[in-house]
Design a protein around this ligand. Structure first.
Ligand code: SAH
Length: 261
């Protein structure tokens, strides 16, 4: 069956005029976008995309494209302005696609944008995406949970709005979280590893830095908690850090390199 026939068989809703769809594009590989995401790409009049969105995905759409990216430190676009633009475009009657890296509701401020739309009375749909802390790990051959290693997983952002290390009870996290998946944490790898070691985590606990996950330049650095700070210093900046026994599975399950020519 052709792709188009399959998509038609799904009876997907249409991106209507005056609506905003908040869509997750996944962590890199454009193939990870959902069917609803493709529908939005095909039907949008205008796309507001952020820095993490794969460029190839954007070239598939003829819509007007507006860059609405932010990078830690560089405030190229203020959050309020992005929300205001979304509201204004929808009120003009445009079909608006807000395309974000990973999942829009995972450390992506999608919640704030949705709140702005709700307050303005703009109808919207949330289209979840593959988040870097799950799908990105899968591209490194690391199951985010595994029966033999961890029955729980904790997602943490390394820094908050103020750009400083996230304030939290790291000792409690250390005791209660068998596997930690850290977003935006590379700059704070030294502080985080120190806090976890001080709280009793083992220095030889396995850690992976999954950089540029699901992209053509993916790099997986496997290290230990005691060596994390040094390893993070040399790693590319776009990275997920995963701490826990499940990291050991990467040795057996890494598959990406094997599928490349
Ligand atoms: N909403 C996104 C996360 C946005 S926060 C999601 O669900 O994936 C940005 C952080 O996500 C980055 O600092 C990095 O820690 C992580 N990240 C996003 N894409 C990534 C990728 N392809 N490889 C590694 N880390 C990634």
């Amino acid at each position: 069956m052709m792709h188009k026939e399959i998509a038609a068989g799904l009876n997907l809703p249409s991106l209507e005029k005056g609506w905003v769809w908040l869509v997750g594009a996944g962590p890199g590989d454009p193939g990870l976008i959902t069917a609803l995401g493709l529908q939005a790409l095909a039907q949008a009049d205008v796309i507001l995309y952020d820095a993490l969105v794969d460029e190839h995905l954007l070239t598939l759409s003829t819509a007007e494209k507006i860059y609405a990216g932010k990078r830690a430190g560089v405030r190229s676009c203020k959050q309020d302005e992005i929300s205001e633009t979304l509201v204004a475009l929808a009120k003009e009657g445009k079909r608006v696609l807000r395309l974000k890296g990973g999942d829009p509701f995972v450390f992506g401020r999608g919640g704030e944008e949705a709140q702005a739309l709700a307050h303005a009375g703009v109808p919207f749909r949330i289209v979840p995406g593959v988040t870097a802390g799950i799908g990105g790990l899968a591209y490194a051959g690391i199951p985010v949970t595994h029966r033999d290693t961890n029955h729980a997983v904790t997602f943490i952002t390394g820094h908050g709005i103020d750009g400083k290390l996230t304030k939290m009870d790291w000792a409690a996290v250390s005791r209660g979280a068998p596997t930690l998946v850290l977003y935006m944490a590379r700059r704070f790898a030294a502080e985080i590893s120190q806090a976890l070691l001080a709280a009793g985590r083992k220095p030889d606990e396995p850690v992976a830095i999954v950089a540029n996950a699901a992209r053509s330049d993916q790099q997986v650095i496997v290290t230990t908690l005691s060596d994390l700070a040094a390893a993070a210093e040399n790693a590319p900046s776009l990275a997920i850090i995963v701490i826990g026994e499940n990291v050991r599975l990467a040795e057996e399950l890494s598959w990406l390199a094997k599928t490349r020519p």
